[in-house]
Design a protein around this ligand. Structure first.
Ligand SMILES: *Cc1c(COP(=O)(O)O)cnc(C)c1O
Length: 433
């Protein structure tokens, strides 16, 4: 993790000491590295190009960054400038992509519950594709497109029933999940789609889960999609793009996750062999929807110790960040590395790192050996994905500021929320009795 490293005993983001950032912008603050985001995107784009697939071309590849993992406009704008498309799950995310300068013709719209208004908005901007997840959704989109005199480009999100062996809350490819169309029902659903006058079948999609450290389940899912594309071809339904979803994990607890380049090499090898044997070598566009593998290790949450509390059972480091800033530990028992920003020559003790929110679930890390004192800074590592985007205002806590580090420069990319803004939309009724 060379973008966040210790120099003379002080943890830096690129070339900026985190102590300076805390001083200037206060805590808690999310700190992102522009170089890390760029390198993580490049791992995908370079691997595509290395396998002869130009980004954005029809028979090539497209990386559609999953906006929900980190949707700050500066993050989206950076990825757009690098050539990325976007995978969105709401109308709000589409508006963000547009506000960040992103191109709607590189936007795909996922999610199980698209409303009529969201469909209209996306159609009016001529997005690249809707990833649909049910038959009623297909009929609704057909009607909305008809009323607008358009044909909606559609992929079906197929559920390949592959066990991603990840946390139940982030596994999405099994039969019991709410996501996708069951593999057995896919052919019948494609037939319905192909017969609808305002639907244009263009692709196939799956997303089997998140935080996959191994690509075996993804390659297993790929084999099922290939089987289905061949079946569809025999029925005269042609598929122009294959979207394998996101899901590559990061090693939060050290160790290894599969390298993006290795995964893509294996994936393209299978696709190339298949196209050569059954489709006269005709190319198919390959799409990816990575979120965490681009944004997670490009960000950390910087927080300051308020109090150290020593108990008979446990010691607590009470910090100024909380579950409302980073929900992953409370929500999934997620493990994030905690690093003191400044190294001290004091004895380490075992602490639970907790926030000030009035919930026992408000913890950020448990049983960590830390050499820390009151007022020290801690960095909660790998918090760039599903950190700020899941933040809330619980306990009327304003959401943290966000900064983007670029070499020796620090740019504020979101101001800290002030309390009055948190209740600005509320009102006290003038009761009539
Ligand atoms: C969340 C999500 C992703 C991104 O998942 P990561 O694990 O962050 O890569 C991709 N596609 C869909 C449909 C999603 O819901």
């Amino acid at each position: 993790m060379q973008h966040f490293s210790s120099v003379d005993g002080v943890l830096h983001a690129e070339h900026v000491p985190l102590t300076d950032i805390a001083e200037q912008f206060g805590t808690p603050v999310y700190v992102y590295s522009k170089d890390a985001l760029s390198a993580n995107y490049a791992a995908y784009a370079d691997a595509c190009r290395a396998h002869g697939r130009a980004i954005g071309s029809k028979g090539g590849a497209l990386v559609c960054y999953s906006v929900k993992s980190n949707s700050n406009l500066a993050v989206l704008n950076l990825l757009h400038r690098l050539g990325s498309g976007f995978d969105i799950v709401s109308g709000g995310e589409l508006l963000r992509v547009l506000a960040a300068g992103g191109s709607p013709d590189k936007v795909i719209f996922s999610g199980v519950g698209k409303t009529v208004e969201e469909m209209r908005l996306a159609l009016s901007h001529n997005i690249l594709c809707f990833n649909l997840e049910s038959i009623p959704e297909l009929h609704r989109l057909n009607e909305v497109a008809a009323a607008m005199g358009k044909r909606a480009p559609v992929s079906l999100r197929v559920n390949p029933n592959v066990d991603a062996k990840t946390h139940p809350y982030i596994s999405t490819g099994l039969k019991e999940n709410k996501f996708g169309i069951a593999f057995e029902d896919a052919l019948a659903t494609y037939r319905i789609a192909a017969a609808l006058p305002h639907i244009e079948v263009c692709g196939i999609d799956c997303h089997i889960g998140s935080q996959l450290l191994d690509d075996a389940p993804l390659l297993e899912a790929l084999d099922k999609l290939i089987e289905l594309i061949d079946t569809l071809a025999r029925e005269g339904i042609s598929i122009h793009h294959l979207d394998i979803g996101g899901g590559i994990g990061i090693p939060y607890e050290g160790g290894q996750s599969v390298a993006v380049g290795d995964y893509l090499a294996r994936l393209f090898a299978r696709i190339d062999a298949w196209r050569a044997s059954t489709h006269q070598g005709k190319p198919i566009q390959v799409m990816f929807e990575p979120g965490r593998s681009i944004s997670a290790n490009a960000g950390l949450l910087l927080t300051r110790v308020q109090y150290l509390k020593h108990g008979s059972e446990k010691n607590f480091a009470i910090v100024d960040a909380a579950m409302n800033d980073l929900a992953r530990p409370a929500m999934y028992e997620a493990w994030h590395e905690v690093l003191p920003v400044v190294e001290h020559q004091i004895a380490a003790e075992t602490y639970d790192v907790v926030g000030p929110v009035c919930e026992s679930g408000d913890w950020l890390a448990r049983a960590r050996q830390l050499a820390i004192a009151q007022d020290d800074l801690l960095a909660i590592m790998c918090a760039g994905a599903y950190g700020m985007t899941m933040a809330s205002n619980y306990n009327t806590r304003g959401r943290a500021a966000e900064v983007m580090v670029d070499g020796v420069h620090v740019h504020v990319i979101r101001e800290r929320e002030i309390p009055s803004a948190l209740f600005a939309l509320e009102s006290i009724p003038e009761y009539t009795r």
